[in-house]
Design a protein around this ligand. Sequence first.
Ligand SMILES: [Zn+2]
Ligand SMILES: [Zn+2]
Length: 280
Amino acid sequence: MNLGCHISIAKGLSNAYATANTICADTFQFFTRNPRGSKAKKLSHKDIAESHELKKKHEIKPLVAHLPYTVNAASPTEKTWEFACKIIKEDLVRMDMLGVEYLVMHPGSYAKSSLTEGLLKIINALQKVFDEYQGKTILCLETMAGKGTEIGRNFQELASIINSLGKPAQLGVCLDSCHLFASGYDFRTSDGLNRLTDDIDNTIGFSKVYVSHLNDSKMPCGSNKDQHQKIGQGEIGIDGILNYITSPGIKKLPLILETPVDNWLEYRDEISLIRQALKR
Ligand SMILES: [Zn+2]
Ligand SMILES: [Zn+2]
């Protein structure tokens, strides 16, 4: 099982590889640019060569990136939507150069429009992106907790986007254990877990699921509230987390922790806790 966490690249990507190595992560995620969105750092030949070299050296499989939160492909505001199209395309190309396997994005929020309009906006945005993008990096739509007008609260919404686009090879899904739990899947029980895997099988299919964020939840099941907690310290608990990561479709996925820590070294303990629990 490949297990890692979200790591800051504020001090450069090479520094993030060193961090991953220190905390015994064999995969990690980073923001493609400032999470609030802004100009991206231009990649030099040196950055690109270094990333491929370090990825091989530290056996990082896979490398995952996350788009900034300001990207909203479902926005009814033209300027926001255009910005989303531009950043998705730019960052797919940039991440492809760095050797990133998966680029995660939040599907978006429809705000004052409607779910149908929001879905259409996302489909149009991704159509525009995939008309031009030919790289290897796979864009993954993330399952969301479902607060407000957020799209991606269930697998039907994600399936409708993927199917409308004709199931492009470079488009998939990223699960998030906290978001799934908040959206109503109680995988502390085998019934809840079966419902989750059945729903995936009957909508997007596990062949389209490439990665999962692994977080416990501060909020109860079905609350639609997105608040991550450290593994074993939230409502899901260590047994619920173990149910989730050992279930047939999910156990083959790379897992990325996005739990709240004061110091990144705490991820080393969390990774070791999960690996130990799996041996029980
Ligand atoms: Zn996310
Ligand atoms: Zn979250």
